[in-house]
Design a protein around this ligand. Structure first.
Ligand SMILES: Nc1ncnc2c1ncn2[C@@H]1O[C@H](COP(=O)(O)OP(=O)(O)OP(=O)(O)O)[C@@H](O)[C@H]1O
Length: 260
């Protein structure tokens, strides 16, 4: 049974590609209203977990539930509709479009007028379009980007592109936001700004579930952290519990020694 506070529940999940067992018996729960981190050395299976949750891959075994309902077998757009949005390691925005258009594209699932409405430019269609614009402006303002709404996304700094990606993900009206290495490639001041934005998003009531390699960032931001190593969860707990876990220390030191 899920506790009422659980948003995402992953139980006994396994994933193999042919004979390669990428995830084995993975279980953890992402609670509502917090920031949850998934860490682990390169190749541990973190992105595979995100791909399973968002429906890009199907688990070989185990269950994945969101708000008590199974996600297994649902196509990605239905999972988005249930309330899970995602950003990617490599920023994916439409650079030749304005910021406003980028955010409005994230909303199309929720615009409730049909093809007939678009064809006849009905008043319902115009009203929906107006609401979408207002919401897009609001989301851009949450990220401090509203004054750049008409600008082409291509002209944004790297940090602002990442914020635009957040705004577009929020446009799908998610309950849980999955962030895949949000600060990869950022300088320290961009990281600090993005940390504030993620806290703001959490404070607005969204759940945040992130993969991140930057330990200072993860430890400073997350309420709880799960650690994957060779496809298995080796620790789960508060940042302090994880930081002091012997198996975690060895997993990271071991990889560093191998690399050396
Ligand atoms: N479609 C696939 N077919 C075969 N093997 C795959 C596939 N996707 C991932 N893998 C393998 O699964 C393992 C875990 O990959 P995954 O990308 O989930 O790790 P990760 O923890 O996200 O790594 P990184 O931190 O480097 O991004 C790797 O050995 C990878 O090569």
């Amino acid at each position: 049974m899920n506790t009422p506070q659980t948003l995402l529940s992953i139980r006994n999940v396994g994933k193999h590609f042919g004979g390669l067992h990428v995830l084995q018996d993975v279980s953890f729960e992402v609670p509502a209203g917090g920031i949850y981190g998934l860490i682990g050395p390169n190749g541990a299976g973190k992105t595979t977990v995100f791909n399973l949750v968002t429906g890009l891959l199907a688990p070989s075994s185990g269950t994945i539930e969101f708000q008590g309902e199974s996600l297994v077998g649902l196509p990605p757009h239905q999972i988005t509709h249930r309330g899970i949005a995602r950003t990617f390691q490599n920023i994916r925005i439409f650079k030749e479009m304005s910021l406003l258009e980028n955010v409005m594209i994230g909303m199309h699932e929720h615009l409730k007028y049909g093809a007939g409405g678009i064809f006849f430019n009905s008043s319902a269609c115009r009203a929906a379009e107006k609401r979408a614009r207002e919401r897009a402006f609001e989301l851009l303002s949450w990220l401090g980007l509203e004054h750049k709404a008409a600008m082409l996304a291509d002209n944004l700094s790297y940090g602002d592109q990442r914020k635009l990606e957040f705004a577009r993900a929020l446009a799908t009206e998610p309950k849980l936001l999955l962030l895949d290495e949000p600060v990869a490639g950022m300088n320290p001041s961009e990281k600090t700004l993005l940390m504030e934005e993620i806290i703001n998003i959490r404070n607005r009531g969204y759940g945040v579930f992130m993969i991140e390699h930057d330990m200072r960032f993860v430890m400073g931001l997350c309420d709880r952290i799960a650690v994957l190593n060779f496809g298995r969860i080796i620790a789960e707990g508060s940042p302090d519990e994880v930081r002091n876990n012997q198996e975690v220390i060895e997993a990271y030191l071991g990889r560093e020694e191998e690399a050396a």
